[in-house]
Write a protein that binds this ligand. Sequence first.
Ligand SMILES: Cc1cc2nc3c(=O)[nH]c(=O)nc-3n(C[C@H](O)[C@H](O)[C@H](O)COP(=O)(O)O)c2cc1C
Length: 408
Amino acid sequence: MNPWFETVAEAQRRAKKRLPKSVYGALIAGSERGQTIEENQQAFTELGFAPHAAGPIGDRDQSTTVLGQQLSMPVMISPTGVQAVHPDGEVAVARAAAARGIAMGLSSFASKPIEEVIAANPSTFFQLYWCGSKDEIAQRMERAEAAGAVGLILTLDWSFSHGRDWGSPVIPEKLDLRAMVRFAPQTIIKPRWLSTYLKSGRIPDLTAPNMVIGDGAAPGFFGAYGEWMGTPAPDWDDVRWICEQWKGPVMLKGVMRVDDALCAVDSGVAAISVSNHGGNNLDGTPAAIRALPVVADAVGSQIDVVLDGGIRRGSDVVKAVALGARAVMIGRAYLWGLAANGQAGVENVLDILRGGIDSALLGLRKTSVLELDRSDLVVPEGFERALGIPARPVDLPVRPVSEAGVSG
Ligand SMILES: Cc1cc2nc3c(=O)[nH]c(=O)nc-3n(C[C@H](O)[C@H](O)[C@H](O)COP(=O)(O)O)c2cc1C
């Protein structure tokens, strides 16, 4: 079979064919009834384009910057947790991102140490969860800083919602002999996935090496997850504390509301990602793309705004940029590519997105992604979701009652 694929949908089909059922299920993720995961993609289909019949068709420039990082197109790798998708895991993804000139986001729960990932792509952001004591959190940040991470992605949107109507994948605590025997019926019928691992001489790694404290051993994914569950949720002072501790820029990932976006600006973050965690968090949250326009308007140019959730093609990227995002982050799209064909599969996905962005720019007669705006789209009435609009815009001075012409 030709390893090249022409769409992200085809990469997903190949991932499904290639991966053991439980590994594929872990990538699908989602929560509860799967409403938000569906909505994230569906909402993009409601947005149309307003193309021109004629106009400039010269070179089209996709480059932009996010948090000072130069990107060859408005796409970044969103951090995703420990995945037994491919033996090279996050290192393969980082190499692909570097080869295509984009930044990498590395999860706290990744299967590869940050030092290896940064060696593969110096433009790497480390993603942090609020997990453990402040001292432990500070130690993880220090390690990421020493390794050369260019920024921090702080992910706070999580509600530990585990039930899925279609059934959650069974994932072993660690891959010992007992687990291998138990999972043999699943893996034996997936010879290509198995042979990639056999050739690498490794077994799927279910540890989280970036969660190590001091000289301790890397905790297993479930150990790290348990610690996270047991940590009291942070407040805005904690976000401010993170921004003070970290010497570089911080992105807060998982913002859906205007009031949260304004608090984020206030707390010192340099960017937000309008995101509902790819539909894996609180089911029933609207699609991230619906919340984007009003959040982007509210923060203006004070910070960088990116979007993640539901991006499967270049035209989705263009729609998000036209609605106010500087760039998007992708999750499942690159995971499907990684599963389908390792590093080359991730590069294949990035090339699909680049090609789609280029076609949309051509149709819209734009010479740069920086020229995109809402007039390029057909946005149906009622598309947007304005969540958390403060009763009174926070930065407007409050006029005394007499001045406002209200008499008692
Ligand atoms: C399997 C899986 C694991 C994820 N793990 C993390 C994680 O460790 N940290 C994080 O901030 N987001 C995580 N996410 C969320 C992604 O970073 C991103 O927000 C989401 O995948 C975007 O939606 P998309 O998959 O439709 O592109 C994960 C998503 C998936 C699908």
